[in-house]
Design a binder for this molecule. Sequence first.
Ligand SMILES: [Zn+2]
Length: 151
Amino acid sequence: MITTPDYRALLETAIDQARIGLAEGGIPIGAALYHNDGRLLGCGHNRRVQEGDPSIHGETDAFRKAGRQRSYRDTIMVTTLAPCWYCSGLVRQFNIGTVVVGESVTFAGGIDWLREAGVKVIDLADERCIEMMERFTTAHPALWNEDIGED
Ligand SMILES: [Zn+2]
């Protein structure tokens, strides 16, 4: 029997990562790549500020930490915030089957595009994620715009 993963439990890993990023002085976005069977493959957080590297988003960090996987169809990308175009592209490129987002209120990213492509997108509308991003984007608007490629 295949049981549905507890998506809220998986989100906790991503939230922990976002909080680590915030404590490091970075952008508070965390992510985790899970297998459908509940195994954590890798997790990470946005490190644009910490490493001076604009390519390290939460999702790409988790993806890299997970190392090589033969197939991504049965994996779940869990992220505290809806994935940007760059990370949505990663999901499409590797056929990640499911995306769980903590919230899409402060930023909707590419979730409609992912849904149109047949990716299962679950939006948990988690209040803690919304509050963390709203607080951050209000306090650091320039840094946030830099991260999402807005002038
Ligand atoms: Zn991204």
